[in-house]
Design a protein around this ligand. Sequence first.
Ligand code: SF4
Ligand code: SF4
Length: 379
Amino acid sequence: MSKRVKVLTAAAALAALVIAGSLLSSRLWGEKQSKANLSGPLVYSQGMTAAEFAAANDLPLEVVTASFGSREGGFPYYDMKALPPDGLRASVERELALYNEAASKNWLKIILKFVMWAAFLLVVFPLLRRGLVKGALRNWLYFAGVLIFGVALGADPSPMGTVKDAVVLYGQSGAIFPPRLKALGIFLLLVVLANKFICSWGCQLGVLQDLYFRLGQAAGLKRWRLPFTFTNTVRVLFFVALALGAMMGSDIIAPVDPFKIYSPLALTIWGAGFVTLLLAASLFLYRPWCHLLCPFGLVGWLAEKISVYKVKVDYAKCTACGACEQACPSTVMGAILKRDRVIPDCFSCGDCLAACPAGAVSFSAGRRQRPPADKFKKS
Ligand code: SF4
Ligand code: SF4
């Protein structure tokens, strides 16, 4: 069997492992579903108690008390004679959305995932700093990330979900789910601390795409590098479409959400087709979802601008051989090396560190230097 066939067989086996393992773990964790809906007009009458209002509308009592609690006088003093109060339906819908968000979460799994993220990133960070993340070790780390953060701990939460679900929930109901904001804050803090480190090593879809890219390279497939102006324009437009869709009551990512590969029973036929296409594209293209479509990819790229730890070049050691630029799976190392005005996303993969024969590339704190004016001029 040729090397290419072997590697592509491994890619198919990886997909099968992810789907079968995720089916098993979803069953073990037990999938939680949203509980309550508001259909039809609100049912109310004068003198109704909150409990009666809740029962008449098939709503959880806590949704009703929260909806009335924010009104003048507060529940239970709110005067039901004044019904229908302005905006009551909107506030019931908002509280219902928050209730369903909380009810759909498995808090034990979420806490465990954050603990595992902290532990895993603390292991990878010093390895990356020392330039030891390369070759088989890198692939095993990605594989471990796929198994832990995806197969074992599922599609939710994810860095992408914190942005996407926040935009959708706010657009659809005007609600902000506080635990999600905290999670987003933690993810952005990690980006600020160490350049998209959570995407690099903790995002369940990010590591899966990365692993596929490494398999494609091992099979000798051609590497495509799309210009950042193109990928980022697509990503911005997609973000705008997501926000507009949310304001019109829909979630444009949900039908094709590739994170659902870790929740296979939730995959639609379109979703299955899309994730297959995405993983096939990942064999040639570095992290296509991250660069072209991911809402957190876009937000994280902005936050990356103030990252403390990042890839830097020591121009006193650099021999301008271009090995780091060549080794980088995307266009970012070329931009870092030459200090372009716009630096694309860096996924802290460590390829550039491992490739530099002069030890001039580091993953370290502080500002990036500017190259001497004639550093990259051909003699
Ligand atoms: S940019 Fe990529 S790695 Fe980061 S959250 Fe999005 S899918 Fe995950
Ligand atoms: S090889 Fe590219 S993506 Fe990887 S750490 Fe270096 S600059 Fe970032």
